[in-house]
Design a binder for this molecule. Structure first.
Ligand code: HEM
Length: 488
């Protein structure tokens, strides 16, 4: 089983935090974030503009300083006074698609990753997205901007729209957007916002997100108990733990693959499904029965508390305690999904001891998630009509040293696979991940384990509540690569 392993006796070689883009290891701090997708229109112009722009890119070292400043500000404003709730801080990162490298004339074959090299549009059918066939070509049901060739993305994260918009303007100035000497043109920019009030940190279905991310050996100093920390090469190319470490070109070191997906969420419809299927157990009110059913779809309560540790009632104190809220392995139960359904979103996407007890490592499946919500809060009309009228959802972002091992594998082989997790301990077919599992146009089938007392009870996942409408695979290079290989 995967009890937290001690750090290695000899310290891992220090990472060069000034060489790694900030979002990868520490997450750019954000209340709002703009993803600015672009096409390179003038290669030489772009490489020249980029040379001057590299100093603007925020590194991990700078991001850690920003986080310290935010913590200090929070402490000070906690002692009364009239300080504003946030301090003006903004960070910019940049990443390129395979088509972007091709346009720049940069040979990226040693990035190796077949998902990256084919691009996400080509991969959409593998991921289970809905779409149509144009001859033998699959065309996903995506929004128009993502059907174009995207060369790169600027990720701009900050405390407010004012600071972020100012940075976006700076990008447009530096790359001369809209002028005769422009080196890029904007394809689309998409804005994400943390949800307001007590929903800060919660995704649109209402569940706290961002609780469990991999701790990195040599970077996270005191990782809380939970899944074993991973080697830095699980996220960073060229580092220990990168499966293709020895075959990379030197410029690829310290970069990471960035997966972007725009996932729309049908919230009123999801709420209605949860309410209709609420569990009717002795001692539970109707609301508690609905909350329990919802928690069994996700594997955590809305507070973030894991149902593996608190299976019948939410426990906000447990949720708030970093020493406890990720310290479970799905082992307490060889109980056949009494505590947590096999198909629950967090069990599908990180099966912990379900695999480790069978002798499989989960290290190379770990991804660092850095998403943000987009779209407005539910309106009264939507609540009344129980129908989505406005677009909202998750701008999903993950970093990993292999998309094939990380995001693609999780989506295709785990979330979309009704028979996973497998083995003797799963007498009932788990079914698809009810949150993100996809099967193209085919029905999603049944999910078992919804009722803790009778795990064979199933529910029909005939509706979908998470709908991908676009995305791309990118590579977020090191500062050195930006300066010496990509810029002129
Ligand atoms: C709109 C779509 C999605 C929603 C609403 C959603 C929601 C959540 C929530 C509430 C959690 C629990 C909090 C946490 O552990 O951080 C979670 C965890 C997680 N999700 Fe998602 N998620 C979505 C999409 C995805 C996708 C597309 C993937 C990857 C293919 C994914 C992978 C994960 C992973 C790896 C975890 C952490 C599991 C763990 O370490 O225990 N999620 N998600």
């Amino acid at each position: 089983m995967s009890d937290q392993q001690p750090l290695p006796p000899t310290p891992a070689p220090a990472l060069d935090l000034k060489n790694i883009q900030g979002d990868i290891l520490s997450g750019l701090p954000k209340k709002t974030e703009t993803f600015y997708f672009f096409e390179i229109t003038d290669v030489t112009g772009f490489r020249t503009n980029l040379r001057d722009f590299v100093p603007v890119i925020k590194t991990v070292a700078q991001t850690l300083k920003d986080r310290e400043a935010i913590d200090k500000h929070k402490k000070e404003s906690g002692h009364g006074g009239h300080k504003p709730p946030t301090i003006p801080l903004v960070g910019v990162n940049i990443a390129f698609s395979h088509l972007g490298f091709a346009k720049l004339g940069i040979d990226d074959t040693k990035l190796v990753d077949t998902a990256f090299l084919s691009g996400q549009r080509q991969d959409a059918q593998t991921l289970g997205d809905k779409g149509t066939l144009d001859g033998d070509k699959f065309v996903p049901d995506w929004d128009a901007p993502f059907k174009q060739d995207i060369h790169g993305v600027f990720v701009v994260a900050g405390d407010s729209h004012v600071t972020v918009d100012r940075k976006v303007q700076l990008i447009e100035q530096r790359f001369k957007v809209g002028t005769p000497t422009a080196s890029i043109s904007k394809i689309v920019s998409i804005v994400g916002d943390v949800r307001p009030g007590d929903q800060d940190g919660h995704e649109h279905f209402g569940y706290l997100d961002g609780v469990s991310n991999p701790a990195i050996i040599g970077f996270d100093k005191n990782p809380p108990p939970g899944p074993a920390p991973v080697r830095p090469g699980v996220l960073l190319l060229g580092q220990d733990g990168d499966e293709d470490k020895d075959g990379r070109d030197p410029w690829m070191a310290d970069g990471s693959f960035l997966v972007f997906r725009q996932l729309f969420q049908n919230v009123p419809e999801f709420d209605e499904f949860v309410n209709t299927n609420r569990l009717q157990l002795p001692g539970l009110s109707a609301k508690e029965g609905a909350d329990l059913f919802g928690a069994r779809l996700v594997g955590r309560w809305k507070s973030g508390a894991p149902i593996d540790l608190t299976p019948f009632f939410d426990d906000p104190e447990l949720a708030d305690d970093p020493l406890r809220n990720n310290n479970f392995h799905f082992t307490a139960e060889r109980d056949f999904q009494k505590l947590c359904p096999f198909a629950a979103h967090i069990r599908k996407t990180l099966p912990r001891a379900d695999l480790e007890d069978l002798g499989f490592s989960i290290e190379n499946r770990r991804i660092a998630r850095r998403g943000i919500q987009f779209g407005p809060e539910l309106t009264r009309a939507e609540k009344q009509q129980k129908k989505t009228l406005l677009g909202r959802g998750l701008l999903f972002v993950s970093y990993q040293s292999s998309i094939v091992n990380g995001f693609q594998f999780i989506q295709q082989s785990w979330a979309n696979n009704a028979n996973f997790p497998f083995g003797e301990q799963t007498p009932e077919t788990p079914g698809l991940d009810p949150i993100i599992g996809q099967s193209g146009d085919a029905p999603r089938g049944l999910m078992s384990g919804v009722n803790p007392n009778t795990p064979a009870t199933t529910v029909d996942l005939k509706d979908v509540w998470v709908i991908p409408r676009g995305g791309e695979y990118f590579f977020s290079p090191s500062i050195k690569a930006l300066r010496e290989t990509i810029a002129l």
